[in-house]
Design a protein around this ligand. Structure first.
Ligand code: NAI
Length: 328
């Protein structure tokens, strides 16, 4: 039998953690046959709450859960991990400036990047969910010089899944008929969910929809602002769906994306599609055996060009801000 996969989760006592840990432990990541060991990182004041969550994990008697460790020292928790899901981040408080948010998160992702660099397993993969996810991933990878940059990604899979669901509802097709969806750019309101390469039952989605006004004024803003709509309705931000997307992204990364389709992942740009090299930006990617490859050769029309450029300009601004703060 294979050794358990060591999976670190940060912010484990938070909302997303409360959904994510149980899905991981029940086998949603690699199947029920491959045991996993959980390494849960929290800040000191949240460790007591995390102990309560671990009591509940115990009470599930998950057959595939080989062990759980908790703590507040990333160098201990990340020791030997194969997968690190960086979920914990500083939320934007009332009246908090963007630069304050970036520096609070900068401190977290600088420390965690260094710790991963020094103690994670040689095959480690790192997925960043905590916001601002793309720039947090950039900070972490910049502080982990010995880990290949390709081992880091930021989560745009929730946006991807939201876009699939909205298109399925619009066309009446089942979600399984929707393929080749792409989120480009930043996990933020500037993201660009692209229907010009997506397909519905093998037909071009923009042609099936045949309604540019709906694409521009309903579809794109609904997907891009879905997070705020959830907060309005639920009184707190998306958690179960974010946990689900975190698992979808990690599973596809480790096991491979579906044959004949692609997924959206924010990864370090090699300059593809005019996205400045080095930015962590969402692309259409295929994955296999823990490696991702940006889908090449897609034609980008003027409308898509403008949207991709706007979102990557925002990413460049975020990068410049963290450079100015001395974080990278
Ligand atoms: P939450 O506030 O309920 O939980 C965050 C947890 O992180 C807290 O328990 C906190 O103590 C912990 N934490 C803070 N600093 C930490 C550190 N240095 N080390 C370890 N843990 C630390 O937040 P929630 O709802 O679980 O969301 C987590 C993050 O995910 C937020 O940044 C949120 O904006 C982001 N998010 C991202 C999505 C995406 O699609 N990329 C979707 C939804 C949320």
């Amino acid at each position: 039998p294979e050794a358990p996969l060591k999976v670190a989760v940060t912010g484990a006592a938070g909302q997303i953690g409360y959904s994510l840990l149980f899905r991981l432990a029940s086998g949603s990541l690699l199947g029920a046959d491959r045991p996993i060991e959980l390494r849960l990182l929290e800040i000191e004041p949240a460790l007591k709450a995390l102990e309560g969550v671990v009591m509940e994990l115990d009470d599930c008697a998950f057959p595939g859960l080989a062990g759980v460790q908790i703590g507040s020292d990333p160098r201990k928790i990340f020791d030997g991990v194969n997968l690190a899901l960086l979920v914990g981040a500083r939320p934007r408080g009332p009246g908090m400036e963007r630069s304050e948010l970036l520096s609070a998160n900068g401190a977290i992702f600088t420390e965690q990047g260094k710790a991963l660099n020094d103690v994670a397993a040689d095959d480690v993969r790192i997925g960043v969910t905590g916001n601002p996810a793309n720039t947090n991933a950039l900070i972490a990878l910049s502080n982990a010089p010995d880990i290949p940059k390709e081992r880091f990604s930021a989560l745009t899979r929730l946006d991807h899944n939201r876009a699939i669901s909205q298109l399925a509802q619009k066309t009446g097709a089942p979600v399984t008929d929707i393929t080749h969806m792409t989120i480009w750019g930043n996990h933020s309101a500037t993201q660009y969910p692209d229907l010009f390469h997506a397909e519905v039952g093998g037909r071009n989605a923009a042609e099936v929809v045949d309604d540019q006004d709906w694409i521009e004024n309903t579809f794109i803003p609904t997907v891009a602002k879905r997070g705020a709509a959830i907060i309005d309705a639920r009184g707190s931000s998306s958690a179960a769906s974010a946990a689900n997307a975190t698992i979808d992204a990690a599973r596809d990364w480790l096991l491979g994306s579906a044959e004949g389709d692609w997924v959206s992942m924010a990864v370090v740009s090699d300059g593809s599609y005019g996205v400045p090299e080095g930015l962590v930006s969402s692309f259409p990617v295929t994955t296999k055996h823990g490696e991702w490859t940006i889908v090449s050769g897609l034609e980008i029309d003027d409308f898509s060009r403008g949207r991709i450029d706007a979102s990557t300009a925002e990413l460049a601004e975020e990068r410049d801000a963290v450079v100015e703060l001395g974080l990278i």
